[in-house]
Design a protein around this ligand. Structure first.
Ligand SMILES: Nc1nc2c(ncn2[C@@H]2O[C@H](COP(=O)(O)OP(=O)(O)O)[C@@H](O)[C@H]2O)c(=O)[nH]1
Ligand SMILES: [Mg+2]
Length: 239
C-alpha cells in the first residue's frame, strides 16, 4: 500500500531538512512526503521547494496564510488522495514523532486497522522528559475527551496517525472546523462513529529541541469546547 506522509510546517526551517532525510531512510518504494507550508516567514516553504527539486518523492503544498493545523491537514489529505495514496499519515515536523515509528503505523494498517494512532497512553508508550504537571494535563485531556465521547481510545489528542484512504473518503472533510488538538479528537471520533477499526500503537513522544511550538491558549480552549459539541452533534444524529 502506497503511503503519503503529510508534514505540516510553520517556521520549521531547522527541522525540515533533517526530517526529510530521516524519512528517506524509512519510506518504501512508491511512498511520498507532502510538505504543507502555510507561507512560513522563515523560508521553510522555499527550503521545501529545494528539497522537492532534489528528491522525487517529496511534494510541497503552499498555502497563502497560517490557518492552523486542521485546515493545513485537510488540504494535504485532498492532495494525497488525488495523487492516489492508499495510506495517508499525519506527523509533526519537530521530531516529537520519531520517523523510525512510521513503519509501525503503516504495518498496523497493513494488518487490518483502518486508522492507526501513535499513542502515548498505552503500554509501551510514553513521553520523554515531561514533568508531572504536563503529563497530568495531557492525560487529563484524553480522559476528558474519552469519557465525554464514550470511546475506548487512550490517546485522543496525538497527531501521529495513519489512515487508510477509505476513512478520509468517508468522513466529510468539509464539515470539519477544528484547527488544533480538537482536530485530532474530531477525526478519530468521526472514524469510530463511521464504524472504522481504530488501533493504538505505542510511541515515545519527545519534546522538540529546535524551533517553537505553535500551541496556544486558543487551541486548548477550542478542544475543551469542541468535545461536548461533538458529542451533542452525535446524539442529535441518532434521534
Ligand atoms: N501548515 C501549518 N503547520 C502548522 C500550523 N501550526 C502548527 N503547524 C505544524 O504542525 C506541527 C505541530 O505543531 P507544534 O507547534 O509543534 O504543536 P505542539 O506539538 O502541540 O506544540 C509542526 O510541524 C508545526 O510546524 C499551521 O497553522 N499551519
Ligand atoms: Mg510539537
Amino acid at each position: 500500500m502506497r503511503a503519503t506522509v503529510c508534514l505540516p510546517t510553520y517556521n520549521e526551517l531547522e527541522n525540515l531538512e533533517p526530517m526529510i532525510r530521516a524519512l528517506t531512510g524509512v519510506l518504501r518504494e512508491g511512498d511520498r512526503v507532502l510538505v504543507i507550508d502555510d507561507a512560513s516567514p522563515d523560508g521553510t516553504g522555499e527550503l521545501a521547494d529545494r528539497l522537492a527539486a532534489e528528491l522525487p518523492f517529496v511534494g510541497v503544498l503552499h498555502r497563502a496564510e497560517k490557518e492552523g493545523l486542521g485546515p493545513a491537514y485537510i488540504a494535504g489529505f485532498r492532495r494525497a488522495l488525488a495523487d492516489g495514496a492508499e495510506l495517508v499519515l499525519e506527523m509533526d515536523c519537530d521530531f516529537s514523532h520519531d520517523p523510525a515509528d512510521v513503519p509501525r503505523l503503516i504495518e498496523a494498517c497493513a494488518a487490518g486497522a483502518d486508522l492507526a494512532l501513535g499513542s502515548r497512553y498505552v503500554a509501551g508508550g510514553g513521553t520523554a522528559n515531561w514533568g508531572a504537571a504536563r503529563r497530568f494535563v495531557s492525560a487529563g485531556g484524553s480522559f476528558y475527551a474519552r469519557t465525554l465521547l464514550g470511546v475506548p481510545i487512550r490517546d485522543l489528542t496525538g497527531g501521529f496517525k495513519c489512515f487508510r484512504r477509505e476513512v478520509l473518503e468517508q468522513i466529510d472533510l468539509d464539515s470539519i472546523r477544528s484547527k488544533g488538538y480538537a482536530f485530532q479528537i474530531e477525526l478519530t471520533y468521526r472514524a469510530i462513529r463511521s464504524g472504522f477499526r481504530v488501533v493504538e500503537v505505542p510511541i515515545l513522544f519527545s519534546d522538540r529541541t529546535e524551533g517553537q511550538s505553535k500551541m496556544s491558549r486558543g487551541i486548548f480552549l477550542e478542544a475543551v469546547l469542541r468535545v461536548p459539541a461533538l458529542r451533542l452533534e452525535a446524539l442529535r444524529h441518532r434521534l
